[in-house]
Design a protein around this ligand. Structure first.
Ligand code: URP
Ligand code: ZN
Ligand code: ZN
Length: 464
């Protein structure tokens, strides 16, 4: 099968230029000057005219939680609905989190999440493993999992009694990651003092959603990030800090990098477009924004965008973890600490970053691709198969209309959740045609792929 994408503007993390792209089966085979007679190499089965459009590598979202059990319920998107939504939003690979059960093993976690995804995903996927504890047996499993293409592990400094790992165990897990070439993703917050603040707030009757944010102040996120980077420095390994929300936390990463330490940071659209003000919405509406870490003051948005532009932060993922307003978020109606943490986002990331970042002049088109596709591919061992447009790379390609306007909302989006944090927001930029390994997944606003056509991707160790 040969597909030609002609007349488009290719954008990668390094270049913006006009060229035609020839795809043979699952792979990009040729990139050539516009109008080159590529059919001289043999008949073309499908031609996509991308005149006036951008041709970009598919987005890579390295932080999603499909079907995550959390707070007595389960995230509302499964691997079918969640990957369909991702594809409509221009994302062609996700890396999701498989969770080690209490008393369970890391390999059981992987097997369990493999079966959740099996036969459902329409785009490619990989897994990180969330570890709750460290032991020699788990260290051995980590080595085995790296060989299977599961090359990253998430640890928590938050949620005592549920996920929190003590510092000695974190240090030991980091040392092991250095031995096997794995990457540690850290949920960095000072979880023990936060837990005290939460209990004190509830005891005072401060039960509304906004107290979720008020009990997780920016300095306690920054303290967690500082501690995570210090432990990684002692273990002599890189560390990737997930979902950075506070400027103070971002500055810890930036200062460490200035000292030459291999610290990496990811933020998410919600920390660039939503703010603490959302918790003040009437009634229980604030629960829609209960996520961890929480939304911060909008005064910090510019600093976060600058950090992305200047490479103080390297990645934007989504932390997609949707819970319905009706029937899930309301588990915490009388106690904010019982509101399941998380919000939907897998479908809106690429367009929000384009509209609010590229069009507003905060980041360049190439930087957009870098933070949303190329650098995540490099950090999580997917590059150069994924994360770029080059001969030999997987044909994970999005034809993106940079002018088309659309309105974000439950009615226009595909995520399986009854609200959207950006409801009614008008933005420009639509992922019009989406290819995953050469297969058309989305075209003319319609899903074209079958559940199960996405594949588990064995990832390599990071390449940066
Ligand atoms: O609120 C969030 N972030 N929910 C998902 C779990 C996590 O910590 O990433
Ligand atoms: Zn987390
Ligand atoms: Zn998460």
């Amino acid at each position: 099968m040969k597909t030609l994408i002609k007349n488009g503007t290719i954008i990668t993390a390094s270049d913006q230029y006009q060229a035609d792209v020839l795809i043979e089966d699952e792979t990009i085979s040729t990139i050539s000057a516009p109008g080159t007679k590529l059919d001289a190499l043999g008949p073309i089965d499908k031609t996509i005219d991308a005149r006036g459009k951008w041709v970009i590598p598919g987005g890579i979202d390295v932080h999603t939680h499909m079907e995550l059990p959390f707070g007595g319920t389960v995230a509302s998107d499964d691997f079918e609905t969640g990957t369909i939504a991702a594809a409509f939003g221009g994302t062609t690979t996700i890396v999701d989190f498989a969770v080690q059960d209490q008393g369970g093993t890391a390999k059981q976690a992987w097997a369990s999440w493999m079966s959740k995804a099996e036969g459902k995903a329409v785009i490619d996927y990989g897994f990180h493993i969330i570890l709750r504890e460290y032991s020699d047996a788990i260290g051995k499993e980590m080595g085995d999992l790296v060989k299977e293409g599961v090359t990253s592990f998430k640890l928590f400094m938050a949620y005592p009694g549920v996920f929190l790992m003590d510092d000695a165990s974190i240090l030991r897990t980091m040392q092991r990651s250095g031995e096997i070439g794995a990457t540690i993703c850290m949920h960095a917050e000072a979880g023990v003092p936060i837990d005290l603040l939460v209990k004190q707030a509830i005891a005072k009757g401060h039960t509304a959603p906004k107290y979720h944010a008020l009990t997780r102040p920016p300095v306690l996120e920054a303290a967690g990030v500082h501690r995570a980077i210090t432990l990684a420095q002692v273990a002599d390994v890189p560390v990737y800090i997930v979902h950075v929300s506070a400027v103070e936390a971002m500055e810890q990463i930036s200062e460490a990098r200035d000292k030459g330490l291999p610290a990496y940071g990811e933020t998410c659209p919600q920390y660039l477009f939503l703010s603490h003000d959302n918790y003040e919405e009437p009634g229980f509406e604030g629960s829609k924004y209960v996520m961890t870490p929480p939304l911060r003051d909008k005064a910090g948005w510019d600093a976060m965008w600058r950090a992305l532009a200047l490479n103080d932060l390297q990645v934007v993922s989504t932390d997609h973890c949707p819970f319905c307003f009706n029937g899930q978020k309301d588990l915490g109606k009388d106690d904010f600490s019982k509101i399941p943490n998380g919000a939907p986002g897998v479908e809106t990331r690429m367009a929000l970053l384009y509209d609010g970042g590229v069009r507003k002049g905060k980041i360049s088109p190439t930087r957009w691709i870098d933070i949303a596709s190329t650098t995540p591919a490099k950090i999580f061992g997917l590059y150069p198969k994924k994360g770029t447009i080059a001969p030999g790379s997987d044909a994970d390609i999005v034809v993106f209309d940079p002018e088309k306007e659309h309105t974000l909302g439950v009615k226009t989006l595909h995520m399986r959740v009854d609200y959207n944090p950006y409801e009614g927001r008008k933005i420009r930029g639509v992922s019009e045609t989406v290819l995953s390994r050469g297969r058309v997944v989305v075209e003319n606003g319609k899903l074209q792929a079958k559940p199960g056509s996405g594949r588990f991707i064995r990832r390599a160790p990071r390449t940066i």
